[in-house]
Design a protein around this ligand. Sequence first.
Ligand code: CTP
Length: 397
Amino acid sequence: MKGTYRILIGITGGIAAYKVPHLIRLLKKKGAEVKVVITKGARGLVGEETLRTVSGNPVYSDDLSLYDMDHIRLSEWADLFLICPSTANTIAKIAHGIADNLLSTLALSIPETKLMLSPAMNTVMWENQATRNNIQTLKDRGISVLPVGSGELACGVCGEGRMIEPEQIAEVAISFLGKSDILKGKKVLISSGPTEEPLDPVRVITNRSSGKMGAALARQAMLMGADVTFVSGRACHSLPSGVKVIDVVTAEQMQTALCEHFKTADICVMAAAVSDYRPVNYFSDKIQRNENGNITIELTPNPDILAGLGKVKGNRFLVGFSLESSAGVQRAIAKMEKKGCDMIIYNRAETSLGLSTNRVTILGKDGFCEELPVLSKDETARIILQRIAERLIGAHA
Ligand code: CTP
């Protein structure tokens, strides 16, 4: 663990703001240095003098006379910007890039992988579709959004929406910071999404991969401090700034990009769903309907990119995915050996393809086998990368 973690706490106008001085104490006990930024709405809910005293630092707000550094310097200072409580309004502003006070300006100027929000609001607001969408947007961008608790709310009703307790927030914040160094200095190359093989100017052969697993791996690798290159087929992905994205279309383009970046990589994870075949002929004019019956398209095999990388892998840690449509751990293990991988992630089409969750088994060439439950793709990615990091540390110990 590195020396002192620098945590910037952002307080917005939720009644749970009164719990923040206790949270600051807990974080300081765990060795963190804490600074506080507060919105106008929160100023009546928690004493600024208390915050100043427990944090041992000035409290920053929209009141210009309280600034002693600009927002850029404050965001550069922080290892983590923890917004708690985070109101529905602030969540919406961050989701849409609105910077209309010091706190939301800071949220926009700090790398998103350093952002963590602990929401607190009334149950109806928590369940509102706009809030659900905003939270999903934040999660897709790699921002940590903590769960809410349920119980009695300030408005008198019982339900979901309470800020979780300061003890839990402190625990998560410190372990988040502790984890973020685990892949520091490592170059991680990730392939993702489907490939497309053109038949004619309007038609392609492709598959149903959404690219969500690859994007989750990229986000989590960034959170762990890695230098991430992301080679992606056509897929919608929201990635934190800082990930180097290389867009490709066909399997051959993907192979060229991966071979180039593999040279300098420490870890390569092939999460892409590569087309095994491509049409022998590309028709430069749109293929016309054959009024007389069937047409035949001849396909030729694409290169097996992973197997090719396995042959030149050297000391790099190479991970493949094995998507099977029926139970097939043995097939996945055979694939790992055949393609020269150190690890293979076995999953089933019905519990992964296009979904936001995944259910995988991590298999290592050292005999390691870990069956994970159904988890979000981000959580699955985090565990996969942690297992990779443990093996790398083991190899150099
Ligand atoms: N893969 C690859 N190049 C290909 C096909 C697959 O690099 N032409 C990679 C995938 O990215 C994945 C792994 O190989 O990491 C396994 O892919 P999968 O489609 O499950 O297996 P296949 O190699 O296609 O084997 P099979 O068709 O026998 O299932």
